[in-house]
Design a protein. Structure first.
Length: 143
């Protein structure tokens, strides 16, 4: 059953997992931001970016990570779906996709902690996995 979950749907499983994680971050962002805004007496209807920048760093790091999940991961979605469409989701490609998802989850947790050096290392690991997946798919497409 475990292998069916991980490999049974090719690249779709990792794509959906990262989408799900993005929604988890969305909830986490609002669960921290709204109480912080209330405490700072910031009116949500009139809040500016400058107002939000005054919130505690931990609150802003979570919001920043939510935004980051709409940056490089969009490349992941494109590559993962291209891999699926061209029929190239072999075991290694699927493992790379799951690794990228796991690394992005770890990246979110590290970013929330404020550990910049570790965050850069984790981000770099994810980038390497994404590049590797991209090259494998490109080699399938272009031979």
């Amino acid at each position: 059953m475990y292998e069916q979950i991980l490999y049974g749907h090719g690249m779709i499983g990792p794509v959906l997992a990262l989408v799900f994680w993005t929604f988890v971050l969305w909830l986490w962002m609002y669960a921290t931001r709204i109480p912080a805004m209330r405490k700072a007496k910031i009116n949500p209807d009139k809040a500016t970016k400058a107002d939000l920048d005054l919130l505690p760093p931990g609150v802003n790091r979570i919001a920043a990570n939510y935004n980051h999940l709409h940056e490089q991961p969009t490349v992941f979605y494109a590559v993962a779906l291209a891999t699926q469409i061209v029929g190239a989701p072999d075991t290694l490609s699927i493992q790379l996709a799951w690794a990228y998802v796991a690394i992005r989850v770890l990246h979110s947790l590290v970013q929330a902690s404020g550990r910049v050096t570790i965050r850069f290392f984790v981000f770099s690991l994810g980038t390497v996995a994404l590049i590797w997946l991209t090259v494998r798919t490109a080699l399938t497409v272009f031979g």
